[in-house]
Design a protein around this ligand. Structure first.
Ligand SMILES: [Zn+2]
Length: 495
């Protein structure tokens, strides 16, 4: 067992969490070699198998060729099938083939969720399901099982360390372009195989690292929301669980600027991602690792999903947006006196109006924006009217939830003002400053301005996402506070 995964167990013990019995904590295996994977896998599953026959296993993947090791030309899928076929009857489904689409077009959307559900419903006598792939494949299979086969054993085998989905009991599903996190199927075990993780494109590992940087800002959103009376509960369990990895994760930033990932960087990021997913599951919400930075990322995704453009790597967007978030915290720390006259309050009518305005001015086409004539844009909007209208209603409904809480807590804002010097100091402990965030991004070769994302984001899209951020979801983040103070999120945190 790797020392960084042992640390996982020690951290649970320190917190008196019974990690063996807690269903929110999937068994974690860090496999140095494929042979380790083979033995760990069979040993772990043994108790759940029917010993009188060869048991069935279902594997879902996205059809993209992925190297099984740095110096190997063997496909991961073939390698895993070869290993598991020794002890199991293996059914493999390639989702892009089944849907007859390019793998890049697959999202965790209702359409692909439906297809995944159909695929698993055909596997009646199978009880073990494996997501072999990225966060999207993991989210799709996890959620399809949650809906149609909740008692199945679900196993994740990440092919790149991209997101926290591999260990968390949540799925991010997009509904009319509005990304929503939903409770999902519990994961039985995660197998991190070092050689295949090292062979993953560096850009993907780097993006996964970017997603982890949310750790250094998102807790600030939660605490601030709690202190403002918008978020009802607040707890620091996830913060403490992640704390064991806070320094190591900063130390390995420069490893992501290299061509290949070192063994230790691979181990540390796998363990940190594992802990991040578990910490969210144990908190019962994604709040500990999903604040303003994820809201911005969802806003940028919205623009792309509506116009059917390929999404930017999630972690790249989150990393860039973490810089904006850190800048926004730096900005509020400068506030000595709140200008109560500038504070905003929004009725349902105001909300509808402002969201309409945002939709009418949304740069849905990104780089192509200027090529579209007004008439073409009108046509596009007419064709997408159903999706746009249903997204609009989701955004309005969600905004009004927090806005009504703000209207109540505004009445007692003087208490917050009195406490502000203390709150400020505490927020400084929960977050890092923008210069430190910028340095981490630069060392890891992550984007520090919108145009540097893959594919690139225009300054217009980024600014739109910052300004629209109060309307993306019902949960509070610092952008709401800036907006309610009557200020502009773009002036505060545009890069
Ligand atoms: Zn994320």
């Amino acid at each position: 067992m790797s020392i960084w995964f042992e640390k996982l167990i020690k951290t649970f013990e320190n917190e008196k969490i019974d990690y063996l019995a807690n269903p929110n904590i999937p068994k974690q295996f860090y496999c140095k070699e494929f042979s380790d994977f083979n033995s760990y896998f069979f040993q772990t599953l043994k108790v759940s198998l029917d010993q009188s026959k060869k048991n069935k296993i279902f594997i879902l993947h996205d059809g993209v060729f992925k190297k099984s090791a740095l110096n190997s030309s063997e496909n991961i899928i073939d390698k895993i099938i070869e290993i598991l076929s020794e002890n199991f009857i293996v059914t493999v489904k390639n989702l892009s083939f089944e849907c007859q689409v390019n793998s890049l077009d697959i999202h965790a959307s209702e359409e692909y969720l439906k297809k995944t559900s159909e695929l698993i419903q055909n596997e009646e006598s199978c009880n073990i399901f494996i997501a072999l792939g990225s966060g999207t494949i993991t989210d799709l299979l996890k959620h399809a099982l949650f809906i149609s086969n909740p008692n199945a054993i679900f196993i994740s085998i990440p092919t790149a360390m991209t997101v926290t989905a591999f260990t968390s009991s949540f799925s991010v599903v997009d509904i009319s372009g509005a990304k929503r996190t939903r409770p999902s199927k519990l994961i039985y075990a995660t197998f991190w195989i070092e050689s295949l993780l090292q062979a993953a494109p560096m850009q993907l590992s780097r993006a996964g690292y970017g997603d982890l940087l949310a750790r250094f800002v998102a807790y600030g959103d939660w605490y601030l929301g709690y202190k403002l009376g918008i978020s009802e509960k607040y707890d620091e369990l996830a913060f403490r669980l992640m704390d064991a990895y806070a320094e190591p994760i900063k130390q390995i930033a420069k490893e992501f600027g290299k061509e290949n990932l070192s063994q230790s960087a691979s181990e540390i990021s796998a363990a940190t991602l594992a802990m991040a997913g578990i910490a969210m599951s144990l908190s019962g919400e994604t709040t500990p690792l999903s604040g303003y930075e994820h809201v911005i990322s969802h806003g940028l995704d919205f623009l792309r999903l509506i116009s059917n453009r390929p999404l930017v790597l999630h972690g790249e967007q989150v990393a860039l947006a973490s810089l904006t978030s850190a800048m926004s915290f730096d900005w509020i720390f400068e506030i000595e006196k709140f200008d109560l006259k500038k504070m905003r309050s929004m009725s349902e009518k105001d909300t509808r109006q402002i969201i309409n305005h945002f939709f009418n001015s949304a740069p849905f086409f990104g780089r192509e924006e200027e090529k579209y004539l007004d008439s073409e844009r009108k046509l596009f909007e007419a064709q997408s009217a159903d999706t746009l209208n249903s997204a609009k209603e989701i955004f309005i409904k969600d905004y009004l939830i927090k806005s009504s809480k703000w209207d109540i807590s505004k009445e007692t804002f003087s208490i917050f003002i009195n406490e502000w010097p203390v709150i400020k100091e505490y927020l400084k402990k929960l977050t890092i400053r923008s210069n430190e965030m910028q340095e981490l991004l630069e060392l890891a070769c992550l984007p520090t301005f919108p145009e540097a994302t893959t594919p690139n984001t225009t300054a217009l899209e980024y600014r739109w996402a910052l300004r629209f951020s109060p309307f993306i979801r019902s949960r509070f983040c610092i952008a709401d506070f800036i907006f309610w103070l009557g200020e502009d999120t773009c002036t505060v945190g545009a890069i």
